[in-house]
Design a protein around this ligand. Structure first.
Ligand SMILES: [Zn+2]
Length: 275
């Protein structure tokens, strides 16, 4: 699933193809992706900017905004007119000279969401999002306040979009490893030094992720990640084996030596049977 770093790179790459371009047409090819009633027409509007809020890309036009959440397997690309529209295309902006911006999704579990809203509206799903981690709002003090307020395990805390927006399974693993924090540690048990470490790890990992993702030819391949997806590989910092543990039906990665004092974590789904 694309997270803040990949979405930032997509946004930067697409802006030149969208800003100041006239929208010839916006077509939804798979009706199920459109999550709100919209029977209007976007043709003739001009692209003003592409913004991002949390994991939403926001295509801002003269009178409307198109909000896109790519979910697990969605992608968005600029395409030349000569290329045929493939089966995986869910929706498409047709721009000047037939150039297109296509929203695609592969696999069987299709979940991409698109909303078309009047520019003046501030949709509820955007209002519900938490703080932007790379904005000035996420100070050490604010992070400390959120950690005390949420009373959650750190892994859940980082992935909860209503608290901090844009971080998911992969980058939360990287952040916790960077900060040498146990994923299941409770958020209100952090010392002042640990809050400071977590804050700097969030900023470091996300800026580093943007830089690395922008260099990669295949966005989403993420072969630069230190521990996420590297089960049984040596930890780049200490050489211990990277371990996985199940969390919300997904694999979470950590280094026992760096993060849990050597303790091997048990699957949370199973743990009730062992207690
Ligand atoms: Zn380690």
């Amino acid at each position: 699933m694309p997270e803040l770093p990949e979405l930032e790179v997509i946004r930067q790459r697409l802006r030149q193809h969208f800003v100041h371009k006239v929208i010839r047409d916006f077509t939804i090819l798979k009706p199920y992706v459109l999550k709100n009633y919209f029977r209007g027409d976007l043709s003739g509007e001009e692209g003003e900017d592409i913004a991002r809020r949390g994991k939403y890309l926001i295509f801002q036009m003269t009178s409307h905004n198109v909000y896109v959440h790519l979910k697990l397997r969605g992608s968005v690309d600029h395409v030349m007119p000569s290329k045929k529209i493939g089966k995986s295309v869910n929706a498409v902006f047709v721009l000047d000279e037939g150039k297109r911006i296509e929203f695609r999704e592969t696999g069987t579990n299709k979940r991409m969401s698109i909303y078309v809203r009047n520019r003046r509206e501030s949709p509820e799903f955007i209002q519900k999002l938490g703080i932007e981690p790379l904005s000035d709002e996420l100070t050490v003090e604010e992070l400390g306040r959120l950690l005390r307020r949420e009373r959650k395990q750190l892994k859940s805390f980082l992935c909860r979009q209503g608290t901090i927006a844009g971080i998911g399974n992969a980058y939360s693993d990287e952040i916790l490893w960077k900060a040498r924090l146990a994923p299941f540690k409770l958020s209100f048990h952090l010392t002042a030094q640990e809050v400071l470490n977590l804050h700097s790890a969030i900023l470091h990992v996300l800026y580093w992720g943007i830089k690395e993702a922008s260099c990669s030819k295949r966005l989403g391949k993420r072969d630069f990640l230190m521990i996420h997806g590297r089960r049984n590989s040596p930890c780049p910092r200490c050489g211990d084996n990277i371990r996985t543990v199940s969390f919300s039906n997904r694999d979470m990665f950590y280094c026992p030596n760096c993060q849990t004092g050597g303790k091997i974590l048990r699957d949370r789904r199973m743990s009730k049977f062992y207690r």
